[in-house]
Design a protein around this ligand. Structure first.
Ligand code: UDX
Length: 459
């Protein structure tokens, strides 16, 4: 099929590339000339596993091409996807300026029947708004507007796109439905369902999914905080409840709060929609509050242990991206932690396999960026794990304890087992589990030689 994608951000690029991969003929439009140039050369501007390979292959096979001309895009595609930014406006609601601007441009270019698809996450009622803008210049028989939300997780977006749990399509038009069905058939053949519904339900499905998952995480984060107080282990509680098939095992991991481009933005936008419709959506408002607090918890733990004045101390931060396998730092809990540590006078020495350049752009010289995970530890008073990259899971603990001035680990993602930490003699705080006190944890200010000698004496 002839497909056009307008906007080559994260969603647009993955969508376009994956449609090309399934044999369609795709044109991607973006106003950013530099980006288009880079994409034509087969270089993805974002880090997403597998995307580069697919991009290169489909450019070579001439199934995908890039242009800055919206006219070229409109002439090409029978189905036109809008994958444009919908940043949060001042009141938290999604700003539709880009989507409606492009709709207005489309209305002056379209001459034969097109399906316009809202792929970006947009508030309930946006399909109607887009249709109304198009109808200012176009006869309604020349277009249908469809809602088709994406459910892509960063880091596994290509796989999520090619093998979706489900595809949601919101339209009341039989003609549009037929075309969308043809496009998504290759995915259904893998046994995955397409759900057809009206536009508003489809738009709401996206917000409901993200808000529900955010709520689940916030629930587990609060559960972890309570477990610490009552002396329970949240990991045990997690497996205990997760094996109930009504609950399920996934998305129950406590941590330092959810981040990224979707959850925080979508939860806020849903709360705003509720307010607009004069409904007090209490759970959703609480989820936001709980997450804001959770992002400060590692900082609090550190200050409780070392005192609120951290001047003269260095902390090694492992992980800056909001989650592993991405360089995305939008709403990343690490940023808030860096702010807190710097405010308390500490020096921050950070390492992340992919996200350091992005963080450097914000903090510049204020943060030290280390060459490797071990280099970040040199002279640090403690190691803080913020993102659970695989390479942090089974490190050389001898190197860690040799490099640290004080062998303390603050683990925001429960990467290590309590038994291992006890065995190795680290001071270890994690989320929702008991604190492991090594023999030396009270001797904070002593030079390392003394600590090591004392440790030897105690043995
Ligand atoms: C999310 C949705 O999963 C996806 O469907 C939607 O389209 C976009 O938003 P993404 O933002 O890529 O995807 O990240 P996801 O893997 O869902 O994680 C979101 C946040 O929740 C991360 O900060 C992660 O660390 C946190 N999280 C996730 C937890 O704290 N605990 C968990 O058990 C799972």
């Amino acid at each position: 099929m002839q497909i056009t994608i307008i906007g080559t951000g994260y969603v647009g690029l993955v969508t376009g590339t994956c449609f090309a991969e399934t044999g369609n003929n795709v044109v991607c439009v973006d106003i950013n000339e530099e980006k288009v140039k880079q994409l034509r050369a087969g270089k993805s501007p974002i880090y997403e596993p597998g995307l580069d390979t697919l991009l290169e292959r489909n450019i070579k096979e001439q199934r995908i091409r890039f242009t800055t001309s919206i006219t070229e895009g409109v002439e090409h595609g029978q189905i036109i996807f809008l994958a444009l930014p919908t940043p949060p406006g001042k009141d938290g609601s999604a700003d539709l300026q880009f989507v409606l601007d492009v709709a207005s441009q489309l209305s002056t270019i379209i001459t034969d029947y097109k399906v316009i698809v809202n792929k970006s996450t947009v508030p309930v009622g946006t399909a109607e708004k887009v249709a109304n803008v198009l109808a200012l210049n176009l006869d309604r028989s020349l277009f249908d507007v469809v809602s088709n939300p994406e459910f892509l997780r960063e880091g596994v977006a290509v796989e999520d796109f090619l093998k979706p749990d489900r595809v949601v399509i919101g339209t009341n038009s039989e003609r549009a439905r037929k075309l969308m069905d043809e496009l998504y058939q290759p995915f259904v053949r893998q046994g995955n369902p397409i759900f057809y519904m009206d536009e508003r339900s489809s738009e709401m499905t996206k917000y409901a999914g993200n808000a529900y998952l955010a709520m689940r995480i916030s629930f587990m984060n609060e559960m972890a905080n309570l477990c610490e107080k009552v002396g329970a282990n949240v990991d045990m509680v997690r497996v205990g409840i997760g094996s109930d098939s009504r609950i399920g095992k996934r998305f129950l991991f406590p941590g330092v709060g959810y981040g990224g481009s979707c959850f925080p933005k979508d939860v806020k936008a849903l709360a705003q929609t509720a307010t607009e419709y004069d409904y007090d959506f209490q759970i959703v408002r609480t989820v936001m509050k709980v997450n804001d607090r959770q992002k400060t918890i590692l900082g609090k733990k550190i200050c409780e242990y070392y005192g609120s004045d951290l001047s003269g101390k260095t902390f090694a931060l492992w992980g800056l991206a909001f989650k592993p396998e991405t360089d995305d730092i939008r709403e990343a809990p690490a940023l808030e932690l860096i702010d807190e540590l710097l405010k308390a006078g500490a020096t921050v020495s950070a390492f992340d396999p992919e996200a350091m350049d992005n963080v450097r752009r914000i903090y510049g010289e204020k943060v030290h960026f280390a060459e490797s995970m071990y280099a970040a530890l040199e002279g640090a008073s403690g190691l803080v794990i913020v993102t659970e990259w695989s390479e942090f899971r089974n490190p050389d603990f001898d190197r860690i304890s040799d490099a640290l001035v004080h062998p303390a680990i603050f683990d925001g993602r429960n990467v290590y087992s309590l038994e291992k930490m006890e065995e190795l003699g680290f001071y270890y705080e994690s989320m929702g589990r008991k604190t492991v006190h090594s023999q030396i944890h009270n001797e904070l200010e002593q030079p390392k030689e003394t600590l090591i000698r004392d440790r030897g004496t105690n043995d």
